[in-house]
Design a protein around this ligand. Structure first.
Ligand code: PEP
Ligand code: MN
Length: 625
């Protein structure tokens, strides 16, 4: 059952409630939800719910309706995030685990590790104890394999995932690996589940070949009930009557799981399909369906792989898959971050150099705006997001060292460039160190229980009204009131307390202020994206450097711009953006902002910069990221 405590509950009342529950033999978990304290209590009820409801300080008591308790969403309304070093599974960034089915040699593991890391995997997989159908098939390298995995971690900085097949391996696993996998065949090996529960390390729990979702969650419950909350569920296909694929990937498990439990869920399309050419399509579908990550088998020489070669992707295919999910993820509100590990390392180094403490990133507006979301998706939870009231304030704060980073929007796919920020980039001597693109979805948000029929007044930013024009035209009677930003609009309706008020904003603003989305996706054009850049005084060490941004001006000569563009064309450098802005105080003279797909500061492009220098009056590199 879940006990919801009163807002004004005292410390004495709380400890009395805890004591009563413990005295009755309940296992208790405390959590807060929207400022209220909840106590989840699991055990055999000796009294009926009324007894607990009468305890001083308790507002209400509800039974948990499912057979799994600790794993249930009712018990823990917020998503669980499982941390593996710098990697967070279950957050807003997709986590891709990749590597061979089995560790075959040091050389093989390191070769594949280097490849998958290059293409964006953040954890490495490889079996050392292989549960094979035939006792005569390769059984894995055992401890030797675990040692190789530890070497991969040390050399490449990738956390390692491997399967445990017996409690007898626990000590070895503790020594060498970061995540222990419970394989499909062991999903109901209850002694093994209790053992990994006690180990306390993150657990990747695969769904059994013929297990229902409920049975799978009951297995997760075994791990959780040992006090280990770090459980990641992995759907890997179930056995059906269909022989064309090795198993049948149950993609509908993703939304079902998301509803039933707070635990993250990832998809293994390799074992689900058993065929190389089927892996990428299912992986793309999994991301679109809301999976928190993927586990993919990759091998550099699959024809000679000792196990599961036919379903292993070649490294290049894996790279292509990563590029595809990079595009898909923002559509469902997530990100694939190619700089994930390097960025985390660089932020840590920065912290150490500045004597510890939190790193801070400034963004425009209140918590819950799209700028705030850009900030949290770019940095994860490692950097503290700091609200600011103007773009100039962000630039000043970064320049003055008050914050380490700034996150500012540069362009929207429908409304075009945000010129103020282009001008500020020219004015301030700061570097662009990264970029992030968000899909901008607007929702109609009201107070809980609010209905579209009762709405009379709507708050939002004027540009948002513009982007939702078609929807608003269907509601001519509504009064539109402009707000500073979308999150402020949601705050207004919360504080105003009127059921006739609504706001238009992103989902995050509704969640933060505990308001309800009453109509989803009301923007006229669903292809609505905003690109943000991250600014700082200096570049991050070892950033990905796939792209560069430059500013330059040419004299007012015939063909002057053409001459500069020719330099890029001759070196085969892809230009992805060209924007011109008038130069203040010099009528009819322009400065150009250029984005290129190249690390323009690398030694191999020195001649390009030299050539460009000769053809421009002013040239500055804003950053390579
Ligand atoms: C594996 O991940 O290599 C594996 C054996 O998976 P499963 O348990 O899903 O068959
Ligand atoms: Mn395998």
């Amino acid at each position: 059952m879940i006990l919801v405590l009163q807002k004004e509950v005292t410390e004495e009342q709380k400890s009395h409630i805890r004591n009563v529950l413990r005295g009755e033999g309940y296992l208790i978990r405390e959590m807060s939800d929207g400022g209220r304290l909840l106590i989840g209590a699991i055990g055999k009820p000796g009294h009926d719910l009324d007894f607990f409801e009468r305890l001083p300080g308790v507002a209400s008591v509800t039974p948990i309706s499912t057979s799994f308790k600790l794993a249930s969403r009712e018990m823990h309304p917020k998503d669980t995030e499982v941390h593996v070093g710098d990697v967070v599974i279950g957050g807003e960034r997709i986590v891709v685990i990749a590597g061979p089915c089995a560790v075959e040699s040091r050389e093989q593991a390191l070769t594949i590790g280097r490849e998958v890391r290059k293409y964006g995997a953040v954890l490495f997989r490889g079996g050392a104890f292989k549960p094979r159908t035939s006792p005569y098939a390769f059984q894995g390298l055992g401890e030797e394999g675990l040692k190789i995995l530890a070497e991969v971690r040390d050399e490449l900085g990738l956390g390692v995932v491997t399967e445990i097949t017996s409690p007898a391996q626990a000590d070895m696993m503790m020594k060498y690996v970061d995540v222990v996998q419970v394989g499909a065949r062991n999903m109901q090996n209850f002694e093994l589940l209790k053992c990994v529960g006690r180990m306390g390390k993150p657990v990747l729990l695969k769904r059994g070949l013929s297990a229902t979702i409920e049975e799978w969650l009951m297995s997760a419950e075994y791990v959780l009930s040992e006090g280990n909350d770090h459980v990641v569920l992995c759907e890997r296909g179930i056995r059906t009557f269909e022989p064309y694929t090795r198993n049948t990937l149950d993609l509908s498990a993703i939304p079902v799981i998301k509803n039933l439990t707070h635990l993250p869920v990832i998809i293994d399309p390799s074992h689900a399909t058993g065929m190389r050419e089927k892996v990428s399509p299912m992986a793309r579908a999994a991301i679109a369906a809301g999976a928190d990550g993927l586990m993919i088998e990759v091998h550099h020489d699959p024809d000679r792989a000792l196990s599961d070669g036919p379903q292993s992707l070649y490294p290049k295919q894996f790279g292509q898959l990563m590029r595809n999910i990079y595009v898909i993820a923002p559509v469902v509100g997530k990100q694939v971050d190619f700089g994930y590990l390097d960025k985390a390392k660089a932020v840590k180094l920065m912290s150490a150099a500045r004597g510890g403490g939190d790193r801070r990133a400034a963004f425009l507006g209140e918590l819950g705006t799209f700028s705030h979301r850009a900030c949290t998706q770019y940095f994860g939870s490692e950097v503290r997001a700091m609200p600011m009231s103007s773009f100039r304030q962000i630039f000043d704060a970064v320049k003055g060292g008050e914050v380490d980073f700034g996150v500012v929007p540069l362009e929207n796919s429908l409304t075009g460039s945000i010129h103020e920020n282009y001008d500020l980039l020219l004015e301030y001597d700061l570097r662009i160190i990264g970029e992030i693109t968000l899909r901008i979805m607007h929702h109609l948000i009201a107070r809980p229980g609010g209905k579209i029929e009762t709405i009379k007044r709507v708050f939002s930013h004027p540009q948002v009204f513009e982007q939702c024009r078609q929807f608003l035209e269907q509601h001519q009677g509504w009064e539109l009131v402009s707000a500073k930003d979308t999150a402020t609009a949601v705050k207004r309706i919360k504080e105003g307390g009127l059921v006739s008020d609504a706001a238009i904003a992103g989902k995050q603003a509704a969640t933060i202020h505990e308001m309800e989305v009453i109509q989803e996706g009301i923007e006229t054009n669903p292809r609505n994206y905003t690109r943000f850049v991250v600014i700082a005084t200096a570049e991050l060490k070892n950033g990905p450097r796939r792209k560069s941004s430059l500013i330059y001006s040419t004299g007012n000569r015939p063909g002057a711009l053409y001459e500069t563009l020719k330099v890029f064309a001759e070196r085969g450098i892809n230009l992805v953006k060209l924007e011109s802005r008038p130069i203040h105080g010099k009528p009819w003279e322009y400065i150009f902002y250029v984005d290129l797909e190249a690390d323009i500061e690398s030694p191999s492009y020195k001649t390009v910069l030299d050539e460009l220098g000769k053809r421009t009056d002013y040239l500055r590199i804003l950053g390579s990221y």
